[in-house]
Design a protein around this ligand. Structure first.
Ligand SMILES: [Zn+2]
Length: 246
């Protein structure tokens, strides 16, 4: 579906500093370009598990965290997003009530219209499902009027899982294809802000092309979509609420 409806606020909750770029950079750039607010929360910097190049270069843990933070800030700026780091540590990212509470406060403050996070299964990376579980638990708690956190109780923003690196193993079957063609250059620019994971740039460019082909196939021949359509894939967690099936 390619309705022109714009989310007012998009909240992206990711385990590591680079995740939001590969998997949701297009969605973020679209929200920002349409005048909405895009907020990214990184639970960690991915300092231990997703910074191999920096470790091999001999940097210390603190140096790596600083490097990844700066890179992610540049990537968020390239997409037009705000970014917040909770510095909760990775490999493992440990689920705690305190961390969930911090996320509740993010929900209450930002009042998102749409939430993006990792799928609940990832046999390659336990931090990703841990981030998703905390994101979902915090969303439910933020809805409770009696939960002790500033702000109003949250509504029911739809939750979309963004595409994992190994979708088949993560039970990821796309049911939403988002046309990111107009902002793909911004996504590529954001990817290039992450030299620690340079091997991912072309991978996620190729994926955008492939998902773009699938988007056109599902959109039908008469919508006038650009030949070189780019797309990102998502999965809905909750049913879509609508008053029309058209
Ligand atoms: Zn990650």
């Amino acid at each position: 579906m390619t309705s022109g409806k714009t989310p007012h606020t998009l909240l992206v909750i990711s385990a590591h500093a680079g995740d939001f770029v590969w998997r949701a950079g297009g969605a973020i750039a679209l929200a920002a370009r349409r005048g909405g607010r895009a907020k990214v929360v990184c639970l960690s910097y991915g300092e231990r598990g997703e910074s191999a190049k920096a470790w091999r270069a001999g940097h210390t843990l603190d140096e790596i965290k600083a490097i990844r933070r700066e890179e992610a800030e540049h990537a968020a700026a390239a997409l037009g997003a705000e970014i917040e780091f909770l510095d909760a540590g990775d490999y493992p990212l440990v689920e705690t009530p305190e961390l969930v509470d911090r996320l509740v406060r993010v929900y209450r403050e930002s009042e998102p219209d749409v939430v993006l996070t990792h799928p609940l299964a990832d046999p390659y990376n336990g931090d990703h499902p841990a981030a998703a579980r905390m994101a979902l638990q915090a969303r439910v708690l933020a809805q409770a009027i009696g939960y002790d956190a500033p702000g109003e109780p949250l509504g029911a923003p739809p939750v979309f899982f963004f595409e994992p690196h190994q979708p088949e193993q993560c039970d990821f079957k796309p049911d939403v294809l988002l046309d990111i063609t107009p902002v793909f250059e911004a996504k590529r620019k954001a990817m290039e802000c992450l030299p620690a994971q340079q091997h991912m740039w072309d991978y996620y460019t190729d994926l955008a092309v492939r998902r773009g082909v699938q988007l056109k196939r599902n959109a039908g021949p008469n919508l006038g979509l650009a030949h070189d359509t780019r797309a990102e894939a998502f999965m809905r967690l909750y049913p879509q609420v609508t008053d029309t099936l058209l």
